[in-house]
Ligand binder design. Structure first.
Ligand code: 0X9
Ligand code: ZN
Length: 296
């Protein structure tokens, strides 16, 4: 069963998703969209009231293993959409496609061995792992990424070298005409980041990106007073190319793409923080939905 009072292991997350898929088969389907390097199934959950080619919100999380607050936030979105009857309006016109854990190998490794593990678990000749969020094929390696396999931001020997990032690529490209919002969920720092990460030049639609980012931040602020900062990745955090958000916008042509950096000021949050963070984040995601539903 799902819990927001402790951090769940990957097998328990999958068991919950599969159980939901069986119990609420009219609105939720689970799909294995890829297999991690170590052979774990990568699950995508689709929530839809039916029909085809509907406007879709795509969200992926846990590309980075140590960001443990991300899985609960992803699961809370799914839980609230499916198990809370008051929320059915949120999938009336809009489909949701959610990959809660992109990097299950790293996530499990961060539980079993190295708590602050970030990368995948693909072995190199000397070191393990590629930074999934430097591995996407848009302006790959042009800034803020490493070609050294032992570095935390190792971009991989080629773009999309990782089965985990390829799973995202395959799904998103297959559904790119329907996906109107691309979300990459990370921690930490309370940032709502929009492209670009590879350059400090403005995106063509920077005004709209900022406007919607501000709506997200305002909805969250109203819950517990948590303050998010909104702006471009490179401008606020510094250069980092090969991120999934930049690829979503520049590679897959999804105009509205973001990286959410959840609270707090560490990768390690006490379990008492899970419930307040998932609740406030949910208000932010609902605000994003409302905008997308209105616009498309
Ligand atoms: O550096 C990252 O990959 C993200 N920060 S994290 O602390 N979660 O690692 C920020 C990514 C922002 N987007 C791009 N740079 N494209
Ligand atoms: Zn991250």
């Amino acid at each position: 069963e799902v819990t927001f009072s402790e951090y769940m292991r990957y097998d328990d997350i999958v068991a919950y998703l599969v159980r939901l898929g069986q119990e609420y088969s009219n609105i939720i389907t689970t799909e294995v969209v890829g297999r991690s390097f170590e052979g774990r199934d990568i699950y995508l959950v689709k929530i839809s009231s039916g029909g085809s080619n509907k406007t879709t919100i795509f969200a992926e999380g846990t590309i980075h293993a140590r960001e443990w607050i991300v899985p609960p936030v992803m699961l809370y979105i799914i839980n609230q959409l499916v198990e809370n009857g008051d929320n059915s309006y949120l999938y009336e016109d809009i489909d949701w496609a959610i990959i809660p854990v992109v990097n299950p190998d790293g996530y499990e490794f961060s539980h079993e061995d190295t708590r602050l593990w970030r990368k995948t678990r693909t072995p190199g000749t000397i070191c393990y792992g590629t930074d999934g969020n430097r591995n996407f094929d848009y302006k790959w390696m042009v800034s803020g990424a490493s070609n050294w396999q032992c570095h935390e931001t190792y971009a991989g020997h080629i773009p999309f070298s990782e089965p985990e990032t390829r799973a995202i690529q395959d799904y998103v490209l297959q559904h790119k005409d329907d996906i109107k919002l691309y979300l990459s969920v990370h921690s930490y720092g309370r940032w709502m980041l929009h492209p670009w990460g590879y350059t400090t030049e403005d995106a063509d639609n920077v005004a709209e990106l900022k406007e919607l980012g501000d709506l997200f931040a305002a909805a969250i602020y109203d819950v517990n007073g948590t303050v998010y900062r909104v702006g471009s990745s490179a401008g606020l955090l510094g250069f980092a190319a090969g991120g999934s958000d930049d690829w979503g916008k520049g590679g897959a042509d999804i105009d509205l793409a973001y990286t959410v950096e959840l609270p707090d000021d560490s990768f390690i949050l006490p379990v008492e923080r899970i419930q307040p963070v998932v609740e406030e984040s949910w208000e932010g995601f609902k605000a994003l939905h409302d905008y997308i539903r209105e616009k498309f």
